[in-house]
Design a protein around this ligand. Structure first.
Ligand SMILES: Cc1ncc(C[n+]2csc(CCOP(=O)(O)OP(=O)(O)O)c2C)c(N)n1
Ligand SMILES: [Mg+2]
Length: 536
């Protein structure tokens, strides 16, 4: 006899899931216990939003879908932000919630609203489990969450049905997400011709390269054809950023764009590899004319965003597509005017980290301490834009952030999830002070999990990014400054270590010590207000 909840739990286990996060309510107890009995550990968090980011952190490390559990009503409402984030940041998140049985819903209103109606616009699908169809719904959910552009799938589980026996129909068939390579034909022949004749090729690579494991295909192509590479923030490290061809991450910094856009405009072949413009700001909108410049796109799913066009688009396996594109083509001399090297140098100068103290110095010191395969997460705010330029990744998937939704409050829980999934890897969360104050409760989660995550907080008593925008707009100071918090004391109160630092030496020592500790450490790094003026 197998219950509906057991069928779901065993299916997720078979899909590689080992961790679930959330806050229980009476309506999801059966589901939680089924998960635990199937071998998926349930972790209690302090907020459903943070729980979803922990699930995402696990996904980035393991590749298996993340699992978020919330009770009906307030639990669902609290999770909307992280579900929207999973939608915009292409995270295969399975969101399990309880709901009242259909017969009850007809005459009962306490805590009841239409979960599917709220979550519809921010999920790839919202399913309500149906008696007798659980297995096929499980397969549907896993397939939808992982195919093409991954994303969140919501599964509402009626209370009475969760524990109800279902007819056994054998083990779940898991989705086979193998994707097809573009077929040979006139389009591919045209694209190959464009590559053969290109003298100023440029590669722009994004997150889908990581989702499909096509990093080597991209890096090899770049090196063999001497193509400079721009990545999105989340795709940093596809080509190690110490490589002479790596031009770093782009998307949010207008100052970086001033060095990158001339290359985009001078290029005679723009190759888009798994590049998803949901992460880019206005500056990247319609920046090329595919009738004037050869633009060849390899993407996981058709593009309907309107952010840019392409001369040719190939949907499917990005790595196999790039291999077919280049097969047998002799690399020609590229960029004989040396423009990419000059841009790289200009970017290094623009985002120099040689200051005695300040936000770039903080990033620089931590980079020196954290090994190449260590994982960093970063929150939203001024600190993130600067960090994404200064921080160099030589391994992909080692800088986690919210880059589609750009939400605050993600860095700490992303770090918790990553550390749980890979306890042997050092993990540092960078966050602004307001972002950390949004998720302070998760320090208690971290304490209970006994994980040695180091949290570096940029303490400026300010919503620095918004304060900067406000001032630039000529508006008076309003709603962007706040009082000082003693984060080191907060850390101690919640069972961790806390250190306040204001020098490179003290920061370096505190981070190194924190990485070796068996509980969390907050390193509160004080910087001046308005420290980011003119810096991105
Ligand atoms: C949930 C959420 N609310 C508001 C914003 C708008 N926002 C973006 S950055 C920012 C300031 C963050 O301040 P802090 O965490 O201190 O980082 P700093 O900019 O000071 O580095 C705000 C309010 C957001 N991105 N997400
Ligand atoms: Mg701040």
């Amino acid at each position: 006899m197998t219950t509906a909840a057991e069928i779901l739990a065993r299916g997720f286990y078979a899909a590689g899931c080992r961790h679930a996060f959330g806050i229980p309510g009476g309506e999801v107890l059966t589901v939680m216990h089924a998960l635990a009995d199937a071998g998926i550990e349930f972790h209690l968090t302090r907020h459903e939003n943070a729980a979803g980011f922990m699930a995402e952190g696990v996904y980035h490390v393991t590749g298996a879908p993340g699992i978020l559990v919330a009770t009906l009503g307030p639990g669902v409402a609290n999770a909307v932000n992280v579900v929207a984030n999973a939608h915009q940041d292409r995270v295969p998140l399975i969101f399990l919630t309880g709901c009242v049985d259909a017969a009850d819903a007809a005459g009962y209103t306490h805590q009841v609203f239409d979960h599917g109606a709220v979550l519809g616009p921010v999920t790839k699908a919202s399913l309500t489990v149906t008696d007798g169809a659980v297995e096929s719904q499980l397969e549907q959910a896993l397939t939808i969450a992982t195919e093409g552009r991954p994303g969140p799938v919501h599964i509402d589980i009626p209370i009475g049905l969760a524990g109800k026996a279902q007819a056994a129909t054998g083990p779940a068939r898991l989705p086979d997400t193998s994707v097809a390579a573009p077929a040979a034909g006139p389009d591919l022949a045209r694209a190959r011709d464009m590559l053969a004749h290109a003298r100023r090729p440029l590669l722009i690579a994004g997150l889908e390269v990581l989702a499909q494991g096509a990093e080597a295909a991209v890096a090899d192509l770049a090196r063999d054809f001497a193509m400079p590479v721009i990545t999105t923030y989340k795709a940093k490290g596809i080509l190690p950023e110490n490589d002479a061809l790596a031009l770093g991450g782009a998307g949010l910094s207008p100052m970086a764009d001033t060095h990158l856009m001339p290359l985009v405009e001078a290029s005679d072949l723009i190759l888009l590899a798994g590049y998803d413009p949901i992460k880019m700001r206005h500056g990247w909108r319609q920046r090329w004319d595919p009738d004037e410049t050869a633009v060849v796109e390899f993407t996981a799913a058709p593009t309907t965003h309107g952010m840019h066009g392409a001369s040719l688009t190939f949907v499917g396996d990005i790595g196999a597509g790039l291999a077919t594109l280049r097969d047998g083509i002799e690399p020609a001399e590229s960029w004989s005017n040396g423009a990419p090297a000059a841009a790289r140098q200009a970017l290094s100068a623009a985002f120099a980290a040689d200051e005695a103290w300040g936000p770039a110095a903080i990033v620089d010191e931590v980079r020196r301490v954290l090994p190449a395969d260590g994982i960093a997460t970063v929150d939203s705010g001024a600190h993130r834009i600067l960090l994404s330029q200064v921080w160099r990744c030589s391994v992909p998937h080692t800088l986690l952030q919210s880059s589609g939704l750009c939400t605050m409050g993600c860095a700490l829980p992303l770090a918790i999830g990553a550390k749980l999934a890979a306890p042997e890897r050092p993990v540092v969360a960078f966050t602004g002070d307001a972002g950390l104050e949004m998720v302070l409760g998760e320090l208690a989660t971290l304490r209970d999990l006994r994980l040695g995550v180091v949290i570096v907080v940029f303490v400026d008593a300010s919503l620095a990014l918004i304060e900067l925008k406000q001032r630039k707009s000529g508006l008076r100071n309003l709603g962007v400054d706040f009082g000082a918090t003693d984060f080191a004391a907060v850390a101690r109160a919640l069972g961790g270590h806390g250190v306040a630092v204001s020098s490179r030496e003290a920061l370096r020592a505190a981070v190194a010590e924190g990485l070796a500790a068996d509980t969390f450490t907050i390193v509160a790094a004080s910087i001046d207000r308005q420290a980011y003026d003119g810096r991105f």
